[in-house]
Design a binder for this molecule. Structure first.
Ligand code: ADP
Length: 460
């Protein structure tokens, strides 16, 4: 019960019901008050109008005319609906309409009645318990006139209104509580869904669970979507981490075994020169191993989205001039024509991490020069397209069979035909990871025997 009272659904339902009921009560009182006022004012106005008429009649024809007026008035309205009495100063009744319906409505005393101003009052009718009459008293010559009308209809109307209000209030409470509860349950269902999934993840580390979406596009649906996205990223992250650990263990076995074998060879000899040679080999192997380790770490970080990037505006000019100075002598030595074209006015700009983009491009250019035989050409160019800037490297090398294209981006994958060329099969997977971490893509077009074109696309 305590838990139930603490629940969001209960609090929402409670607030909703209270507000709903409160609104109903306020509206009722406002209507009731306005109606009561209007009815009172209306009766008062009728009484005052009559008093003016009575004064006028008296002035015209004295007490006789007043008598006729009164009997005509009572005949018109009915003796139960109007009572007119005329008193002298000592309180003796001079004229009175039929008082049978009015009980023994006592002779009123008006000690402080003003000559100028009529007095309007509410009085109880003795023979009709609970009912009220409204009276007006005023001076007419030397007499005091009192006219009374019952406010029975007004009272009945108000009583009916009060009854209707009671029923309405009951209905409101009956409707407000269940509908408030229903709405609150609906709103909090999504939150409970998120809580359930979060608990199951915390309890079992099962990241495959998701919060079902209702498609209402409200804040809670957005929260559920964001939560699912977060779990999805976490799942991806853990999968990458898992893969990395699996692969790393596998990838490290070979170089470590090699290093150990070398060390063993070194231990088996006393020849100083042989030992020196083995140590140099071990150092080389360690360098390669370190390179591999860094590359694997970078690929994993890039793929899980945790690689720190320093994105800046990078003119294509700078990037390609650097590539030119790095590779022109390699191309020349190998007898390959290296053709680099780019706009030299600084208009073409990449928005990227300089170090990572240069590394990705270098790996692609390195491959183009490595796999293109002597006498071939390598062309590099950069251009802008709507939404992205692109840099392409085309070679006249052996090309790549279409079905193998997706595989060349896998770690350590090498085409059989490339085995005679030195390489570690990691350059393209690193290039792809670096480019994709910046929101870009690497595309390849190739035709065996004719050459390959690799392009790096970076969004602007
Ligand atoms: P590496 O070049 O060190 O072997 P990469 O990851 O850079 O590793 O490339 C993977 C494989 O893709 C290469 O071994 C090669 O078989 C193929 N490849 C890459 N670039 C080219 C190219 N320009 N022309 C032909 N084959 C290529």
């Amino acid at each position: 019960m305590h838990k139930f009272r603490k629940s969001l659904a209960f609090k929402l339902a409670f607030i909703y019901s209270v507000l709903f009921t409160l609104a109903f009560v306020i509206i009722f009182f406002a209507i009731y008050y306005m109606l009561e006022q209007a009815l009172t004012q209306n009766t008062k106005k009728d009484l005052l109008d009559d008093s003016v008429e009575i004064v006028r009649t008296y002035k015209k024809g004295n007490i006789e005319a007043l008598k006729t007026y009164i009997s005509n008035e009572i005949e018109g309205d009915g003796p139960a609906n109007k009572l007119i009495r005329v008193f002298d100063r000592d309180g003796h009744v001079v004229i009175s309409s039929d008082i049978a319906f009015w009980g023994n409505l006592p002779v009123p005393s008006y000690p402080d009645l003003d000559r100028q101003r009529p007095v309007v009052r509410s009085v109880r009718i003795p023979k009709r318990p609970g009912l009220e009459a409204r009276t007006v008293a005023f001076f007419v010559g030397k007499y005091i006139v009192e006219e009374a009308v019952p406010v029975e209809w007004d009272a009945r109307l108000l009583a009916r209104l009060r009854k209707a209000f009671g029923a309405g209030l009951l209905l409101t409470v009956l409707v407000a509580i269940p509908s408030g509860w229903f709405m609150a349950r609906r709103s909090s269902e999504q939150i409970r869904g998120i809580d359930r999934v979060a608990r199951s993840i915390a309890g079992s580390a099962d990241l495959s669970r998701r919060v079902p979406l209702r498609g209402t596009e409200d804040e809670l649906d957005h929260l559920a979507k964001t939560f699912n996205l977060m779990v999805e990223r976490l799942e991806h992250f853990l999968r990458e981490l898992h893969d990395m650990m699996d692969n790393t263990a596998h990838d490290f076995k070979t170089p470590l075994t090699r290093i150990r074998a070398m060390a063993e060879t070194g231990l088996g000899t006393t020849n100083h020169e042989e030992i020196q040679g083995t140590l140099v080999q071990i150092m080389d192997e360690c360098d390669r191993f370190l390179f591999l380790l860094n590359a694997i770490m970078d690929i994993s970080q890039a793929r899980t989205g945790i690689l720190s990037l320093e994105k800046k505006e990078l003119p294509a000019e700078d990037l390609l001039a650097g590539i030119g100075s790095l590779y022109s002598s390699v191309a020349e030595e190998k007898g390959i024509r290296l053709n680099i074209t780019y706009p030299r006015d600084g208009a073409l700009v990449f928005f990227a991490d300089r170090k990572r983009l240069s590394q990705a491009l270098s790996n692609i250019v390195d491959n183009a020069l490595k796999y293109t035989p002597s006498g071939g050409t390598v062309a590099i160019w950069a251009h802008a397209e709507p939404g992205y800037t692109e840099i392409c490297v085309a070679d006249s090398g052996p090309g790549i069979p279409e079905e193998k294209i997706p595989r060349i981006f896998e770690r350590f994958y090498r085409l059989d035909t490339s085995r005679s060329t030195p390489g570690r099969g990691i350059g393209l997977s690193l290039a792809k990871a670096y480019v994709e971490a910046q929101g870009g893509i690497v595309t390849v077009k190739s035709e065996p025997g004719k050459g390959s074109t690799f392009c790096i696309r970076v969004p602007v």
